[in-house]
Write a protein that binds this ligand. Structure first.
Ligand code: SAM
Length: 222
């Protein structure tokens, strides 16, 4: 089986479990998630902080999962939000959440591999949170993301560390799902290779957390 098929199968099986990190667990599990999966909450807050005012904007969320970011963008006034994800179960959750929060008219969800997605128009904001974890070759992806972006580009990259990264990789390997990690030098190398000159990299503190990266597409260095 290809790696993409492995990732797709994994997130089909894990859709409800993953979404429960955002809500739906008891206080102890919620506390554990806040402590050991802090990145999920910090990168969410950073994304909206760095997106600024999205009123009337077009947003693309790649690997949107259960659509938590998509519905938030729509609630903040985005004119159109497109969420693309490999997992049909994730997209089913995303559609349900958009209906529940009455933003389904501005949210469009597609079950697809981003490698096959060809939008007609570029987007003002393009994000991929928690997705580079599963990509063997990040540069072509960043280039494709940049190619559909006319504004702000944001992504998270899981940090390499000697303790939690090998443990997580081993856990995922048991379920036949690949996981990749990044040093800050590697993230800078990717930005350079993709000609992104104006960007910030934020270190989400703690072992096993992420680098959060926000770039301006089409801007030359100051
Ligand atoms: C850890 S989840 C993150 C979901 C969401 N971005 C969030 O942070 O709440 C990663 C998601 O990326 C999706 N994904 C991975 N590779 C993908 C690809 N090639 N095309 C589209 N989605 C992909 C998976 O199916 C999964 O739902």
């Amino acid at each position: 089986m290809s790696e993409i098929a492995d990732v797709q199968r994994y997130f089909r099986e894990q859709a409800a479990q993953f979404d429960s990190i955002y809500e739906g667990k008891g206080p102890v599990l919620r506390w554990l998630d806040r402590k050991f999966r802090a990145s999920i909450f910090v990168r969410y807050a950073l994304t909206f902080e760095h997106a600024g005012d999205v009123t009337g904007k077009r947003v693309l969320d790649i690997g949107c999962g259960s659509g938590r970011y998509c519905v938030e963008f729509a609630q903040r006034g985005a004119a159109e939000v497109v969420g693309v994800d490999l997992s049909d179960n994730m997209i089913a959750l995303a559609r349900r959440e958009a209906e529940r929060l009455q933003v389904a008219d501005r949210c469009h969800f597609l079950v697809d591999d981003f490698n096959h997605y060809r939008p007609d128009e570029p987007f003002d904001v393009v994000i991929a949170m928690g997705v580079f974890d599963y990509l063997r070759e990040p540069e072509p992806w960043v280039e494709r993301m940049v190619g559909v972006c006319r504004g702000r580009w944001m992504a998270s990259f899981p940090k390499w560390d000697l303790l939690r990264a090998p443990l997580r990789r081993w856990r995922y390997r048991l379920r036949n799902c690949p996981v990749y990690y990044y040093t800050d030098e590697r993230v800078v190398q990717i930005m350079r290779a993709c000609h992104l000159a104006q960007y910030v990299i934020k270190d989400i503190p703690g072992r096993g957390q992420d680098w959060f990266v926000c770039a301006e597409v089409g801007r030359t260095p100051a």
